[in-house]
Design a binder for this molecule. Structure first.
Ligand code: TAP
Length: 451
């Protein structure tokens, strides 16, 4: 059995059966058997089933939010917002089956047309930081495109994914179309990646595991999409609205206790406004309430595990340049106070590695050229922000930063209708928006001779 912990108390909140190779194989077999009928369903019928699932999830938002808040240690307000996005994601892709259109291409002697065909069984491997949200980004487009699914949530946070399977069955999703297996990545996940009947793996997690998945998938030439780590830059120019930039910076790096691949954990500040920015940032960090995820006034919860807290603490040794810290409860629970390091050099370890915790590095810079160079001086390229009142500069810098998502005068990265994914070692492919569907289909070309 897997003992599922509640990070705020370190207590066991549930036990679930631990899936291994056998269970992974059985789930793939169930998905393989269900594929022909699911694929053959008329697009309008597949749409109707997915709309029904979205409605069913909508009616369970509060209980799913409480489950996610407790199991992932996130503030209940955030968890509600995430569950709202889950519903929205299923609604958005419920419209997709009837819009998976091909093209007709003018050629000699006949008619040439393209079709978007489903891949078959797809394995979806998800992390613990946004468990059901990230699952929905994969499950909804995969099902809409006519695939059947095996979903493997992280062992630390399997509960809402297990609930998703239950709710989906109740809502009328045919048996075998969505199968959830909760088991260790190195056993259950690895088997899915190597399984000859799995056509594609969509993974979100660490760059290191992503690399291994890409290599293992090569054995059977599986399609692979990867959403991996980040070390995003939040570039604040001297002409920015400093109040707004400083007010937004904490949620961009301390949101979800910093356990966010989009975290703008490198705050690049143009030197002339460094002191003014730091003063405002300190005030904003002082307003963060770290505490019980189920308390409505909480804005930051605990870290996911004791091991992860130790890893994060390793980035803040005694001689670290701590500018200021927020407050956090004492144990039990895996607490870590929001921490701002300044000044940090872009080559320093906390600025190079994904800490995945509430530790911000403030890096001073001089001028636009240096700002862009530092923003790009990383192996990652997932998100980023530019704060300036100069519209031309905003667009110039947004285009120059090698990253999948850039926000101007904002720190948001994710919207259901727009593409999300990384440049460089932050990943392969895109999730969300219309582009995600391409990654769950093969393009078929049919030529019909008319001569
Ligand atoms: P990972 O180890 O990458 O885990 C992500 C998912 O992959 C989990 O479901 C995991 O299963 C599974 N997995 C692990 N090894 C696998 C394998 N060999 N084959 C197939 N699946 C496998 O991330 P983590 O350990 O949770 O966190 C480590 C670090 O990853 C974090 O500190 C952070 O830097 C980064 N991270 C990034 C993200 C995003 S959104 N980019 C999310 C989470 C973590 P189990 O966990 O059940 O073993």
């Amino acid at each position: 059995m897997i003992q599922v912990l509640e990070p705020a108390t370190a207590g066991v909140m549930a036990e679930v059966p631990r899936a291994g190779v056998e269970e992974a194989d059985a789930a793939v077999e169930a998905a393989r058997s269900a594929f022909p009928a699911w694929r053959a369903l008329a697009p309008s019928e597949r749409s109707a089933v997915l709309r029904g699932l979205a409605d069913a999830l909508d009616s369970h938002v509060e209980e799913l939010a409480v489950l996610e808040a407790r199991n992932a240690g996130k503030p209940i307000g955030d968890a509600r917002g995430e569950m709202g996005m889950v519903v929205e994601t299923f609604r958005y892709y419920a419209g997709a089956p009837e819009r998976l259109a091909g093209k007709t291409i003018p050629v000699a002697g006949g008619v040439d047309m393209t079709f978007r065909e489903p891949l078959g069984v797809v394995a979806l491997i998800t992390p613990w930081n946004f468990p059901l949200t990230i699952a929905s980004w994969k499950v909804a487009p995969a099902l809409a495109a006519g695939n059947t699914v095996v979903l493997k949530p992280a062992e630390l946070t399997p509960l809402t994914s297990i609930e998703l399977e239950r709710i989906a069955l109740e809502a009328g999703l045919p048996e075998g179309v969505l199968n959830v297996v909760a088991g260790p990545g190195s056993v259950c996940g690895q088997r899915l990646v190597e399984h000859p009947d799995v056509a594609k793996v969509a993974f979100t997690g660490s760059t290191e595991v992503g690399r291994g998945i890409a290599a293992a998938a090569a054995g059977t030439i599986k399609r692979v999409t990867l959403e991996l780590g980040g070390k995003s830059a939040n570039v604040v120019f001297a002409d920015a609205d400093l109040e707004a930039a400083a007010e937004a910076a904490p949620s961009a790096v301390f949101g979800n206790a910093g356990q966010d691949c989009c975290a703008r954990s490198r705050i690049l500040v143009e030197r002339p406004v460094l002191d003014a920015f730091m003063e405002r940032l300190e005030a904003a960090v002082g307003r963060i309430v770290v505490g019980d995820p189920l308390d409505e006034s909480t804005s930051m919860g605990p870290l996911i595990s004791a091991g992860h807290r130790d890893k994060v603490a390793g980035y803040v040794p005694d001689d670290a340049p701590v500018a200021f810290r927020g407050r956090a409860p004492d144990g039990p629970g895996f607490w870590f106070a929001p921490t701002v390091l300044c000044p940090v050099g872009n080559d320093d370890r906390p600025a190079r590695e994904e800490i995945f915790g509430p530790v911000a590095c403030v890096i001073p810079f001089d001028g636009e050229e240096e700002g862009v160079r530092l923003a790009n001086d990383t192996i990652y390229g997932l998100s980023g922000s530019v704060w300036t009142r100069d519209g031309a500069r905003a667009l110039r810098v947004a285009r120059a930063i090698d990253t999948g998502v850039v926000s101007i005068n904002s720190n948001t990265s994710v919207r259901v209708a727009t593409p999300f994914g990384g440049f460089k070692q932050s990943g392969l492919g895109r999730e969300l928006g219309p582009d995600a569907l391409e990654h769950y289909t093969e393009l078929k070309n049919v030529y019909y001779a008319t001569g």
